[in-house]
Design a protein around this ligand. Structure first.
Ligand SMILES: [Zn+2]
Length: 454
């Protein structure tokens, strides 16, 4: 049967450039042997570095000093790891010198990355970057058995993407053609959650794409109320760390496999799980990913380090060796799906999510997420450290009540004791029951925040 939506959507996408051509390229290249993938990636990286040397003032001297590009334009990839890393804080002061001097020949647009862990980043991206990023996301969707214009529910919390109050006929037309329905998860009141379950059941999506924490909250709500929910073919989670207890609950309630996708607004869709769920395959077609130890050396498989990422297609404002702020490790094993794209075992969280004990020792923030996220009486929580020796725990209980401290006294004592075990007996722990914990500007929710300088 002729699918008019698909024809209309493909027509519209083709107006945005060669996205579908890129998809076909990716569909073939994902099965190439590793040495061929590496060769293609190195060609792209070499081209990007030469461009950065010739057209981007910020990089010119840095590339030369690191011995990555010589004055005659020769590129030495062996020296690539000597190039100093970029940070979130690099964008603001160097904004002008990070721009390519041939911008007038490029189709470009400004973008902002929300400040979930600091100041928002303002940057420039170009059409070529956009097209490749869209193509990679379509490939990831296909890994999760969602094809073009298959029905999708998007549980999203970024107001900018949701276009709250700024929807035009084009917004609605695009969503209709793509067969998408968007649900705003910045609002998660009981009536909203009830409404979202009903909309999912009515629309019967093939895939649910969601902010992890929003879908987890919805899954718990449905389970708690004994509501039947439509089971999609797959679920794609993104935007925050996917903890095992969240994956378990979401899969149990929706009876569908969860695919973890990793990326960021400033650098695009970096990696995603395939149908074998062994880890997250890195898109070598669009990114060069390093994981480095504190001394700068590349980590061994299984060893955790900081992610340093290069975006291979954004020539308007190249992002080269960008310390994105997350930690991760390479998988020790290979994936049995047949793709030789490198495999991230797991993304282990924000670098800033470590808490500092009075002696200076660090405590992994994930410990608190697992401790509090698995308590049946906790609907939502946040753990904040503003100074060494203090810890603030905010909890929204699953049921509103007059005196939750009295009602949950045993649970509170147990949690406080466990937190003391983790942070040290002398640490002052304040646990408060609250009615709301707002998300960050980007809509992401942060379970842990450490404001202690290390
Ligand atoms: Zn795989």
């Amino acid at each position: 049967m002729i699918n008019l939506k698909e024809i209309a959507w493909k027509r519209r996408v083709s107006l945005q450039g060669p996205i579908l051509k890129h998809v076909r390229t990716l569909q073939q290249r994902q099965w190439l042997p590793y040495d061929q993938l590496l060769h293609l990636q190195q060609k792209k990286l070499t081209r990007l570095l030469r461009h950065a040397y010739e057209h981007v003032p910020y990089f010119r001297s840095r590339l030369e000093e690191a011995g990555v590009v010589s004055s005659d334009g020769s590129v030495f990839l062996d020296n690539f790891s000597k190039l100093p890393v970029m940070e979130r804080g690099t964008f603001y002061p160097y904004y002008e010198t990070l721009k390519s001097d041939d911008l007038c020949q490029r189709k470009w647009y400004e973008n902002w990355s929300g400040g979930s862990t600091g100041e928002p980043i303002r940057l420039i991206q170009d059409k070529a970057y956009f097209q490749w990023n869209q193509a990679v996301k379509i490939m990831y969707d296909q890994w999760s058995s969602k094809d073009l214009v298959d029905k999708q529910i998007v549980l999203w919390a970024s107001e900018r993407d949701l276009m709250v109050g700024k929807e035009t006929w084009k917004t609605y037309m695009g969503r209709w053609m793509r067969n998408e329905q968007w649900l705003n998860t910045r609002k998660m009141s009981e009536s909203c959650l009830q409404n979202y379950v009903e909309r999912i059941n009515r629309f019967r999506p093939v895939q649910i794409l969601a902010y992890v924490e929003s879908l987890y909250e919805l899954a718990r709500y449905a389970e708690d109320r004994g509501l039947a929910v439509h089971s999609p073919r797959s679920i794609m989670t993104t935007a925050s760390m996917l903890y095992p207890h969240m994956r378990g609950k979401i899969e149990q309630v929706f009876q569908a496999p969860v695919f973890n996708r990793y990326g960021s607004r400033e650098i695009g869709a970096i990696a995603c799980e395939c149908e074998h769920h062994t880890g997250l395959h890195v898109s070598m077609f669009t990114h060069y990913v390093e994981i480095v130890a504190p001394d700068g050396r590349p980590v061994s498989p299984g060893e955790t380090g900081e992610l340093v990422i290069t975006s291979l297609h954004n020539y308007a404002m190249p992002i080269i060796r960008y310390r994105i702020g997350d930690t991760a490790s390479w998988a020790v094993e290979t994936c049995s799906c047949g793709r030789s794209l490198p495999l991230l075992k797991e993304i282990t969280g924000r670098v800033n999510d470590c808490f500092v004990k009075p002696g200076g020792e660090l405590v992994d923030g994930r410990m608190f997420v697992i401790l509090l996220g698995t308590q049946s009486f906790v609907k939502k929580f946040q753990v904040v450290q503003n100074e060494v020796g203090k810890l603030d725990i905010l909890i929204i209980p699953i049921q509103e009540m007059h005196d939750p401290h009295a009602f949950y006294q045993d649970d509170v004592e147990r949690i406080v004791a466990k937190c003391r075990e983790l942070m040290g007996e002398e640490v002052h722990i304040q646990l408060q029951f609250v009615q709301d914990i707002p998300p960050t500007a980007s809509g992401k929710f942060r379970f842990t925040i450490s404001n202690v300088k290390r």
